[in-house]
Ligand binder design. Sequence first.
Ligand SMILES: [Zn+2]
Length: 92
Amino acid sequence: MAPKKIPIRKCVACGAQRPKRELVRIVRTPDGDVRLDPTGRQGGRGAYVCPNAACFETAIKKKLFQRALGVELTPEIVERLREAWGALRLEG
Ligand SMILES: [Zn+2]
């Protein structure tokens, strides 16, 4: 049996490499919006972050999502990301 390849992605905040499904995906959609992508299936350019508030906030404050996605995050987008993040009810 061939070993199953597990896709590994890197957190934009702390640099940890983890299986893709253990990270939260943030996606720049083709129409230029930026949103959380809990399913990991939304089309567009993605960035990944650990499922904890520390990495998420670091990424917001240091504008790491901007850098990873190549798009400016307006205050409105940041606010929506925070709301969506809160709705995930992650630990930490
Ligand atoms: Zn992290």
